[in-house]
Design a protein around this ligand. Structure first.
Ligand code: BGC
Length: 846
């Protein structure tokens, strides 16, 4: 290790960054580029450099410290559980994202957090991704706008954000080793576009790179992504950190532009830095630049001033000094409730809703009524100060109802006696033709970070009971709690469907307010609800292999279904109200490169309400394949009953450009486009022509076979996909051998892999059985969920990802030694495991 430099005169915050940098030893520099543990970076006390406290994110401030299992929040400090991102986006109200971000920023300040690991802005490529609840939309504009406002909100309070997971992290089952193979245009137009908007407009202090590979290179090592695009093109001036355990090669990562390794604590990586500098494999200036960025982050995140905007000093944020006093928990709870109310989507209604709060004979069925699922599972899980379930909210209102639990969550087994009791409870309502409220949705076994869903179905205990009730003639109102679309084959038999998604800790209040008409639903979907997962735009590829072929290219979500004519359950942008809206008088003009559209929205019903107005543009038909229409602007407009409001929406003409793979740039095509004002992607109300000029004549950069096969959305993987990519699709040879990058689930077919997986899972299974034997309680649920989470996630992990994320459980030399043993290098493997000098051992060839 290197000698410490004595520099008494240098103190962080007083000296310049160059002086601080010059005073740091090589060891200290290496330490600054990694975490101490999951949640802190290293301090350098002799120079006054403080540690940073980083934590999840994105829907509350998670301060859990003990590692008691994924669902054990025992030692965390309570913080407001806001609706999840997918729910928030259903509001289509960007001001809510800003306010939620600001509230989270204030709670971060109170809890001493400097970096909030949020927002998650990956595109919902497929409804089965277990983590969709943590993302905003299948559409890059919605995602980009919500991400931007969220970052501005948090950073306006002087707290840094980490926009994640960069990039093309679209599934959970293969996230640790998967290779997202995406053509350049889809990457730019769909998967990078939200990141681009957020980086350019909100200037996040950090970006978190994804676990997966992108076009063959791990994101942590991806120089083109992290430097070429993120910094050189978009002007990102912050720090890139790894997702937890996403580091692949420490030196390649630094050279690529990935500074901070999290959670850190892996001596191997630190030694790599020191030795690479000593042996000329890493230029000192490159290391210094990485450290300088880290120092700048520490400075920004501890200064107590707004971050981002037009420059920190002349910030684009609200210039008023922010209130540095403690946050007001009641105000934040009220905000959580407001967001939940404004985000709920009324998917269907035959007029049964709203209910009459005073009516007799109301029957309520379903465990989620009393044990509402209000947040998603995984790293975003937080401990709220209180939870208001629908039952609590009904009781507070003095609503009279008969309740039957009906089913149990966290099991696939039906419970005959609960079902009988539910049917008996429903009978009077069935005879009286009164509504039966059925509370259903997904549980944490079915939907979570760490693994994907295997279908969009609701659990058997719920669907079986629903079927029984419907067959018995019940008029069922379905109230849903789920972070992603579910199959509703019986939708046409339901009286109404109200989707609360994952509404945060006061979701019960929102539910009651909407059901009883105190509030009028105004949310709309930001993802398409197909009938089954087989209809999804990426169904041909999703979760099939380590190599994910994004062969649908730009045809993601409604961009696919519009042209494919998919028979959908609910289209993108769909949502009903207790009132009705009429659209009229569309006017479109172009002013200095900006398209401005305005129209009158009239509330033609009897209740005040809010309408989400969507502006799509149908591009001129040219030589280059395009989606039928793309969202270019949106607004939520509140209109009193009987009144009318003029709404104005605008966007840059340049937004209509497509990414041209020959130019490697955005290209605007001249021609006759069309502006569509719509209530959903399938409900276009007004249209107007739009002449696009100032671009160039349309010409395709693709070979003819691509033009032909991609003129409409491809079903399956088209033979021209390699031509679209511009190179062959990589072939992944499935190996049974336990290598550093093999999924343990695949390696279990080799002896050592099987032993390792069995060993790891054995303990968890014992924990699970022990939890099963406990009486019903929160603790039992938490233990069951934690064990289930590990059992489901472990097979998708690799030796590398475990060693990088949990060095205490699997030290790096042990991981490498195991890989050597599996590759029939027993001596080398044992030497590594027994801790012989690493230098004598050549690297494992993966
Ligand atoms: C998740 C990140 C999260 C991190 C820290 C990872 O597994 O993918 O989103 O911020 O853990 O909890």
């Amino acid at each position: 290790m290197t000698e410490a430099t004595t520099a008494e005169h240098v103190r962080f915050g007083e000296a310049s960054l160059d002086e601080v940098l010059a005073a740091l030893t090589l060891d200290e520099k290496a330490l600054l580029l990694e975490g101490v543990d999951s949640w802190y970076t290293h301090a350098v006390p002799r120079l006054g450099i403080p540690a940073l406290f980083l934590t999840d994110g994105p829907h509350g401030v998670r301060t859990v410290r003990d590692d008691g299992g994924a669902f054990d929040l025992g030692d965390s400090r309570p913080s407001t559980a806001f609706p999840t991102s997918a729910t928030l986006a259903h509001s289509w109200d960007r001001t809510l994202a800003r306010r939620m971000g600001a509230a989270l920023g204030r709670e971060c300040r109170d809890l001493g957090v400097q970096v909030l690991l949020a927002p998650g802005v990956n595109i919902m490529r497929n409804p089965l991704c277990g983590r969709n609840f943590e993302y905003f939309s299948e559409d890059p504009l919605v995602t980009g706008v919500f991400g931007t406002e969220f970052v501005r909100g948090v950073q306006g309070e002087g707290v840094a954000t980490s926009v994640k997971h960069f990039a093309a992290n679209s599934n959970e089952d293969y996230r640790f080793v998967g290779d997202s193979v995406v053509d350049e245009r889809a990457l730019r137009e769909i998967y990078l576009r939200a990141f681009e908007r957020i980086v350019r407009d909100a200037r996040p202090a950090t970006v978190m790179c994804a676990y997966n590979r992108l076009n063959g290179t791990f994101c942590s090592d991806h120089r083109e992504l992290l430097t070429g695009i993120l910094r050189d093109e978009w002007g990102f001036d912050g720090v890139v950190m790894t997702d937890w355990g996403a580091l692949h090669d420490r030196i390649a990562a630094i050279e690529a532009g990935c500074e901070l390794e999290m959670p850190g604590g892996i001596p191997h990586n630190r030694h790599e830095i020191v030795s690479a500098v000593a042996h000329g494999r890493l230029a000192p200036e490159v290391l210094d630049e990485a450290v300088r960025r880290m120092l700048r982050l520490i400075e920004r995140a501890t200064a107590g001033r707004p971050i981002g905007g037009q420059g920190e000093d002349a910030s684009g944020h609200d210039p008023r000094p922010h209130d540095a006093g403690p946050h007001d928990p009641a105000a934040h709870a009220a905000l959580a409730r407001e967001i939940a109310t404004g985000s709920a989507v009324l998917l269907g209604n035959d007029g049964t809703l709203p209910l009459d709060a005073g009516a007799a004979g109301l029957v309520v069925i379903g465990e989620l009524f009393e044990r509402m699922r209000f947040q998603g599972a995984g790293s975003s899980l937080i401990l709220p100060p209180e939870v208001v379930s629908p039952k609590d909210a009904f009781d507070r209102r003095g609503i009279a109802y008969a309740y039957a639990r009906g089913y149990r969550t966290l099991t696939t087994d039906r419970d005959a006696s609960l079902e009988r009791a539910a049917l008996a409870a429903a009978e009077p309502a069935i005879r009286a033709d009164a509504p039966v409220l059925f509370f259903g949705g997904l549980d944490d076994f079915e939907e979570s970070e760490g693994f994907d869903r295997s279908s969009m179905r609701l659990g058997v205990p719920q669907t079986a009971l629903l079927r029984t009730l419907l067959d018995a003639g019940a008029r069922v109102v379905l109230v849903l709690f789920a972070g992603a679309p579910v199959e509703l084959p019986f939708a046409d038999e339901l009286a109404a469907v109200l989707d609360l998604a994952l509404p945060g800790m006061h979701g019960g209040e929102a539910t009651a307010a909407l059901l009883f008409g105190e509030a009028n639903p105004s949310g709309k979907l930001t993802e398409t609800w197909t009938r089954t997962a087989d209809d999804a735009s990426s169904a041909a590829d999703f979760d099939r292999d380590v190599v994910a072929q994004y062969a649908e290219s730009i045809y993601v979500g409604y961009r696919f279904h519009d042209l494919a004519g998919t028979d959908l359950r609910y289209p993108f942008g769909h949502g009903l109200s207790y009132t009705s809206f009429e659209y009229r008088d569309l006017e479109v003009r172009v002013e200095r490169g900006r398209v401005v559209a305005s129209a009158v929205i009239a509330n033609t019903g009897g209740r005040d309400g809010a309408e989400v107005v969507q502006l799509y543009v149908r591009a001129a038909r040219g030589e280059v394949f395009r989606a039928d229409k793309e969202l270019r602007a949106f607004a939520k407009v509140r209109v009193a009953a009987g009144a009318a409001e003029r709404v104005e929406l605008s966007f840059d003409l340049a937004d209509l450009a497509y990414w041209d793979v020959a130019e490697h740039d955005w290209v605007l095509e001249d021609g006759e486009a069309e502006v569509l004002l719509a209530a959903s992607a399938a409900d276009i109300r007004l249209t107007a022509p739009l002449a696009v000029t100032g671009g160039r004549a349309s010409r395709s950069p693709y070979p003819a076979e691509v033009d032909a096969e991609y003129a409409t959305p491809p079903r399956g993987i088209p033979s021209s996909f390699p031509a679209l990519l511009g190179r062959p699709v990589p072939v992944h040879r499935r190996t049974r051998r336990l290598g550093m990058e093999t999924r343990l689930g695949d390696a279990k077919r080799s002896a050592i892999g099987a032993v390792m997986l069995a060993f790891a899972l054995g303990k968890v299974r014992r924990d699970y059985r022990a939890a099963l034997a406990m009486p019903e309680s929160r603790e039992r649920d938490a233990r069951l969920k934690s064990a289930h989470f590990v059992v489901r996630m472990l097979p998708s992990m690799s030796l590398r990802s475990i060693a990088m994320s949990s060095p205490a459980d699997l030290p790096h030399p042990l991981a490498r030694g195991l890989a050597d043993l599996a590759a029939w290098h027993p001596i080398r493997g044992l030497r590594r495991i027994l801790g012989r000098p690493a230098r004598a051992v050549p690297p494992v060839v993966e």
